[in-house]
Write a protein that binds this ligand. Structure first.
Ligand code: NAP
Length: 274
């Protein structure tokens, strides 16, 4: 930390934001700085992180630490885990770093599949778990996991990407169940198409989507933070009626009593010849 910490930042604590060098993570960093959080910024591009950190310190008078890490590697994940474990000032993890893919499953290379799972699933799960372990004895702390609306969609886009985001949604909802009694907050954010670099980085083009489906990144992050302030567990910034997600959840929960029984359903019962 490079500057004296104002009293407000001490009260709010430090937010560790992964994928803070661009897009959604960079806007989270800026919005959280504005709220008075000190920051730890994680991504691979150190020069970009340093530039952002300098501006955030100058504009908001907070402390900003840059922690360069490649979260698709064991060394990168471990470095961030060590920070989460050893820095009691951290009160908020924004688990955001992620990559996309602009290809059908048949076109997706083995390296792409590995990269998607390492970053979007393995790193996300390891960091969320480590943060939960660090926060639990303190009885407070917040974990924001950036999923995607594609985690709810099996009819469009890339099966592996969508599945990584379904993983993050399930992880978050189940973490909420386990951790809320200990005072830990968990929020899953499900952005729709948001104007960032992710499309170009994945070899796609955001201009291919209808403009009425594309949200500007500041609006998306402000909505997600509003959802956090309102105590939501799942925030879908685009969804006009939150009741629609509640209806979906209730339909899923209604399956519960019948998902594990001691006999197969009648339609699967095989009649054994006498
Ligand atoms: N934009 C959308 O439409 C959209 C919709 C739904 C969900 N999301 C999710 O939102 C999250 C943020 O994406 P974005 O749209 O803001 O994309 P973005 O602008 O491409 O930002 C991705 C961030 O992740 C970092 N990152 C990528 N690979 C990394 C690695 N191996 N190790 C550490 N950091 C890495 C990048 O920084 P470096 O390159 O410096 O490492 C960058 O800071 C992702 O989880 C994405 O799946 C995005």
């Amino acid at each position: 930390m490079s500057q004296a910490t104002p009293a407000k930042a001490l009260a709010l604590g430090t937010a560790l934001v992964t994928g803070a060098s661009s897009g959604i993570g960079a806007v989270y960093a800026e919005r959280l700085a504005k709220r008075g959080h000190d920051l730890i910024l994680v991504a691979r591009d150190e020069a970009r992180l340093n530039a952002a950190a300098g501006k955030l310190r100058a504009d908001h008078g907070i402390s900003v630490l840059v922690l360069p890490a490649d979260l698709s590697t064991e060394a990168g994940i471990s470095a961030v885990e060590r920070r989460l474990e050893s820095d009691p000032s951290i009160t908020l993890l924004v688990n955001n770093a992620g990559i996309g893919v602009a290809a059908t499953l048949a076109e997706t290379s083995t390296a792409n599949v590995t990269g998607l799972v390492q970053l979007n699933v393995l790193a996300a799960a390891r960091l969320a778990t480590t943060a939960a372990r660090a926060f639990t004895p303190r009885g407070h702390g917040t974990i924001v996991n950036i999923a995607s609306v594609l985690g709810l969609v099996a009819e469009l886009f890339n099966p592996v990407y969508n599945a990584t985001k379904a993983f993050v949604l399930s992880l978050s909802q189940n973490m909420h169940r386990e951790l809320s009694p200990s005072g830990i907050r968990v929020q899953a954010v499900l952005p729709g198409i948001t104007r960032t670099e992710i499309f170009e980085r994945a070899g796609g083009n955001i201009a291919a989507y209808p403009p009425e489906m594309i949200m500007e990144v500041h609006e998306m992050v402000d909505a997600a933070l509003s959802g956090l302030d309102q105590g939501e567990i799942v925030t879908i910034p685009s969804l006009p009626d939150a009741g629609d997600f509640e209806t979906f959840t209730q339909a899923r929960l209604a399956l519960g009593p019948n998902l594990s029984r001691n006999h197969a359903a009648p339609r699967y019962r095989v009649s054994v010849p006498a």
